[in-house]
Design a protein around this ligand. Structure first.
Ligand SMILES: Cc1cc2nc3c(=O)[nH]c(=O)nc-3n(C[C@H](O)[C@H](O)[C@H](O)COP(=O)(O)OP(=O)(O)OC[C@H]3O[C@@H](n4cnc5c(N)ncnc54)[C@H](O)[C@@H]3O)c2cc1C
Length: 548
């Protein structure tokens, strides 16, 4: 010890977590991928996992966020510009997302497991960069509703699905790829879309002129936006392109950029429509139903994004605990730290399994009406639960890194700032839980199907069986009032996660039942001491590289 330079020696600091495989290192994701029918994507995901774990991609995610988009309201000659300028790293992110089919290609490939593969890629990308996932999910989610409208298929559906990112600001017909954003929220209310005050007046052949505003509109560099406005008959949905049919700049003006807590790579703006041309999407007056269909897909991606964020936070915590010692032993060898880390790993494994199971329902919807009914119920449950749990888990992971976790030089502050967002946009937590009640009330088959799925693992864990009995009672019609909606949605989420992990025979299944389904579970690090910590931590180790 005496020979150590006390000023310059760098001791006991973890090296950066980089150049690892985000897929091979994520055993819960790999197992869920196979369970949900996308095992065929294994080899491809090994490649994507290596790319996204590389130092180069980690740096790209950092750059996109350290250099947020700049609003340009006027061109140098004084003409309206109304656009944001982005760092090249942002465009590289979008190019990757386009290339790998995250922006709508899944709808054109009805192979079983397509949406499961996409969900796995979405989660892995969220570990690197989240802002660019916003236009990716909105473009993906817009495709099914645009596909049904003959006037919009060309060029919008085709260019949404192409593997090319084309950042040029020009009419869509001349481009190689497009992105589609969404503008629903107005000053007076986002959850209550029927309160929209923006107006639409018919011009001809499905085209309308829109006058009004949107209080939040993200991915503002997109080529078109799905927006809502009132016609004389009610709220309707429109596709508003940046350039009108004659190729001139459309009357969409950016009033200001939101200064956000996180999501810094992405541009979110306040915008005004000053007689902007837009094409009706779906039926007039059915705008809320149309945007809800779009939202059902973006909500699943909110959960995927949050699962990825949590996985990233857990990976950093595990890596740090592996390399850092205190009181003569690595943190990872300290029994209480093992409990904290294993408890986080159990939670993340449950969320990954739940996300991929719901993506599997989306895949199976075409051939199984039951899968569609289950997805209708489970998407809001999933979004409420997984997104809501994210800030608390990321904060716990930050604590594992000690003071380094709180410092902007490291990865945790960005994860932490991003962590609450998915629980707000695309419908905040209460709205999700009220939607769960709506799904149960509208289609009584939901309850039977859910209980059937959950009943398949009865008899494995006594705590699970008790939870299922209680849930079954709580779901009996009428399934609770609004005041109980969060309680009900949380119980469904935990039952789903427990059922999936028990069915998979994961060591995390027992631990989830013994903690979250037991009375009095409150905090991370309180798993029973009989838990198989080593097995749980092994599955979560981001630096494992075995291919089998
Ligand atoms: C960074 C960022 C980017 C965004 N990008 C977009 C975008 O691109 N496009 C877009 O359209 N919007 C966007 N939004 C807006 C977002 O979707 C809304 O903020 C969100 O839907 C909530 O709407 P609100 O802010 O008007 O809150 P409100 O609708 O006023 O809701 C406030 C709170 O009240 C709760 N609440 C509402 N009704 C009830 C009820 N009946 N019972 C119990 N609780 C209730 C909600 O759950 C919420 O917690 C973005 C928001 C953020 C933060």
């Amino acid at each position: 010890m005496t020979n150590i330079d006390p000023v310059n020696a760098v001791l006991n600091q973890a090296p950066p977590l980089e150049n690892f495989n985000r897929y091979l290192g994520n055993r819960p994701l790999r197992d869920a991928l196979v369970r949900e029918g996308a095992g065929w994507a294994h080899e491809e995901l090994i490649e994507r996992g290596a790319e996204l774990g590389s130092a180069e991609w980690i740096r790209r995610g950092e750059l996109a966020n350290a250099n947020p988009p700049r609003l340009r309201t006027l061109d140098p000659d004084g003409r309206p510009a109304d656009r944001f300028e982005f760092h090249p790293a942002w465009h590289e992110c979008l190019a990757w997302l386009k290339l790998h089919g995250i922006t709508g290609a899944a709808w054109a490939q009805p192979r079983p497991g397509t949406h499961v593969r996409r969900a796995a890629l979405f989660q892995m990308f969220a570990e690197v960069e989240c802002g660019s996932l916003c236009p990716a999910t909105m473009t993906h989610a817009a495709v099914p509703v645009l596909t049904r409208d003959f006037a919009l298929v060309e060029p919008w559906v085709r260019l949404a699905q192409t593997p090319r990112h084309d950042p040029r600001f020009m009419p869509a017909a001349k481009k190689r790829g497009v992105l589609i954003g969404m503008g629903v929220t107005e000053r007076q209310g986002g959850s209550d879309v029927r309160a929209n005050v923006s107006r639409a007046e018919a011009v001809s052949d499905g085209w309308y002129r829109l006058t009004g505003h949107k209080w939040f509109m993200s991915a503002t560099m997109s080529d078109a936006f799905l927006v809502t406005a009132q016609t004389g008959r009610g709220v309707s949905c429109f596709l508003l392109p940046r350039f009108g049919p004659d190729g001139s700049l459309n009357a969409l003006h950016i009033r200001g950029a939101k200064d956000k807590l996180g999501d810094r790579s992405n541009a979110t703006a306040e915008v005004v429509f000053d007689g902007a041309l837009a094409h009706l999407v779906g039926e007039e007056e059915r705008g809320v139903a149309t945007v809800m269909e779009v939202a059902s897909h973006t909500r699943l991606d909110c959960a995927n994004g949050s699962a990825g964020l949590m996985r990233a936070a857990l990976s950093h915590a595990l890596h740090h605990a592996h390399h850092r010692s205190a009181f003569g032993k690595p943190l990872l060898a300290q029994p209480l730290m093992q409990n904290v880390l294993a408890d986080m790993a159990v939670e993340v494994e449950g969320h990954i399994a739940f996300c991929l199971a719901v993506a599997g329902c989306i895949d199976r919807r075409q051939t199984s009406p039951e899968a569609g009914i289950l997805a209708r119920l489970l998407v809001p449950v999933l979004k409420y639960w997984v997104c809501g749990r994210t800030p608390v888990l990321v904060a716990e992971a930050m604590q594992v890194l000690g003071g380094n976790g709180y410092v902007e030089d490291g990865p945790m502050p960005r994860l932490f700032r991003q962590s609450p967002l998915n629980s707000i946009w695309e419908g905040a937590g209460n709205i999700m839980c009220l939607d769960v009640l709506r799904a149960l009330q509208r289609d009584p088959a939901c309850r039977e199907l859910l209980l059937d799925v959950l009943g398949r693992v009865r008899g494995i864990h006594a705590g699970y069986d008790r939870h299922l009995d209680a849930l079954s009672g709580a779901l009996a019609p009428p399934a609770g009032g609004e005041a109980d909606a969060r309680r009900l949605a949380g119980r469904i989420a935990l039952a789903m996660e427990a059922a999936l992990l028990l069915a998979a025979d994961s060591p995390a299944g027992d631990a989830l039942c013994a903690s979250r389904l037991a009375d009095g579970w409150t905090a991370f690090g309180t798993l029973p001491r009989t838990t198989d910590f080593a097995a749980i931590l092994d599955r979560a180790d981001p630096e494992q590289a075995d291919e089998d």
